[in-house]
Design a protein around this ligand. Structure first.
Ligand SMILES: [Zn+2]
Length: 457
């Protein structure tokens, strides 16, 4: 049966409206949610300390009152729950806003050797299951929101929507669909034998050459559900081509992509390593730069002039070097990783000193998922202060997403995305590698050592 496009559109819109009004699904699962439209659960979280807005607002003993998926109130001290409310005891813990990772790939397992074997075995459906597992691991690590910057576009959209409905566990996803790239560029199916390359390219709409074609590619990503546009301005470490890390797109191609994204209300982010690629993307009006390996004073001035963010992703380089030493990466990738390793730390230190706005990102999927918190120590190692590193994963990332009104800080009216750790992470950022408690939109996903007391019925 053919459903008319009009009828389908109306049905989709009804579904979207329903998803927005649906309360967070209780821990008892979707089945319970279907039986009775119970009142939104109320949870009293007694917290030892709260980094409500990291670096700006810190509170001592506090009770955070969560109604449904929203933070309703913050009260001083440990307040006894109202009748019918749950109590979550985090009196010995530091509570922070849920962390945000601006650069992950749920469709990549971060195990390159296994991926090469999987290529001949796995269908798209298997890839979806891998993405689901990666999403769960990421949420358990304390990341309640991510940007997925490239994967199977329809699969990642389905996962995004399933998580938003509360049907499956995972962080809120802001998805890029596929990364837009020029032919033979970082996003092409480089280094594969003909049949595999053809299979990889089949159905892809993300390769483009020339400004008009790049407008088409951007619109194709939006058509497939992209909420943010990602393009490869320069060569990349992970692609199996000895094409260097220089600028790969023309100024006209970049401008066409960014202007088209903006026209559709989407932000645009550029994968860029080499200085020329970074500078050209900044001049073309990009909203953020991923990786940013070669940054000098001129580049810093451009960042400051445009207000664009840098998303450093140092964990990715560490992962590629580690995999290279284990013989898991092709020679072309290892050579580029080594080239980056020589300069990247100085570049990021220079950017931080120069006042470039920084948002947290790991490029998880290059390495394995669920160790996102290791990026914090890599950031502080180049001179970013612990509090700035935490702000990069909360307030700053939320601002870059355009969602600072909902996430990134703990305040009445915002989404109840909360995590807890033992001890103050400003004294030791590695505490964020061991997130104990995770709540997303009012639903507890990880309790750690916390005690949860349910109301008597
Ligand atoms: Zn990436």
């Amino acid at each position: 049966m053919r459903i008319s496009r009009l009828a389908l559109g109306a049905w989709l819109m009804a579904g979207a409206a329903l998803a927005q009004t649906m309360p967070a699904v209780a821990q008892t699962g979707p089945a319970a949610a279907q039986t009775a439209p119970a009142a939104a659960p109320v949870r009293y979280i007694q917290a030892g300390a709260v980094l409500a807005e990291p670096g700006r607002v810190t509170r001592g003993p506090t009770t955070i009152i969560v109604r449904g998926g929203t933070i309703a109130e913050l009260r001083d001290g440990f307040v006894t729950p109202e009748p019918g409310a749950e109590l979550i005891d985090l009196r010995t813990r530091h509570v922070l806003p849920g962390l945000i990772d601006m650069h992950v790939h749920f469709y990549s397992t971060g195990e390159p050797l296994r991926a090469r074997l999987d290529f001949a075995i796995k269908d798209d459906e298997d890839g979806f299951v891998d993405a689901l597992v990666a999403a769960r691991k990421t949420l358990a690590a304390g990341f309640t929101t991510v940007r997925d910057l490239g994967g199977q576009p329809r699969g990642i959209r389905a996962l995004r929507d399933a998580i938003a409905r509360g049907d499956v566990e995972g962080p809120t996803i802001v998805n890029a669909g596929e990364m837009i790239s020029v032919t033979a560029g970082h996003g092409d199916a480089n280094g594969l034998k003909a049949e595999f390359a053809e299979a990889e390219r089949h159905g892809s709409t993300a390769l483009c050459n020339g400004a008009d074609d790049c407008r088409r590619a951007t619109r194709d990503q939006i058509f497939q559900g992209a909420e943010v546009i990602k393009f490869a301005a320069s060569g990349g470490v992970g692609s199996n081509i000895a094409g260097g890390l220089g600028k790969q797109m023309t100024d006209e191609e970049m401008k066409a992509i960014i202007d088209t994204a903006h026209a559709f209300g989407r932000k645009a982010t550029a994968h860029a390593h080499g200085k020329e690629g970074i500078d050209a993307a900044l001049r073309a009006g990009v909203d953020s730069i991923e990786h940013g390996s070669f940054i000098d004073d001129e580049t810093i001035a451009l960042f400051r002039k445009t207000g664009a963010y840098l998303v450093p992703t140092m964990l990715a380089f560490e992962s590629v070097l580690r995999q290279g030493r284990a013989g898991e990466r092709p020679a072309a990738s290892v050579a580029k990783a080594e080239e980056v390793a020589k300069v990247v730390k100085q570049s990021h230190a220079r950017a931080a000193r120069g006042g470039v706005r920084i948002a947290f990102g790991t490029d998880s999927g290059v390495g394995v998922h669920g160790i996102n918190g290791e990026e914090f120590a890599l950031m502080t190692a180049v001179g970013i202060t612990p509090v700035d590193a935490i702000r990069a994963a909360t307030v700053e990332a939320a601002t870059l997403l355009g969602r600072a009104d909902r996430i990134g800080s703990i305040a009445p009216g915002k989404d109840a995305d909360l995590i807890a750790v033992e001890g103050n992470p400003i004294d030791d950022v590695r505490r964020l590698e061991k997130v104990e408690f995770v709540m997303r939109r009012g639903v507890v996903h990880k309790l750690g050592g916390a005690r949860q007391t349910f109301p008597a019925r």
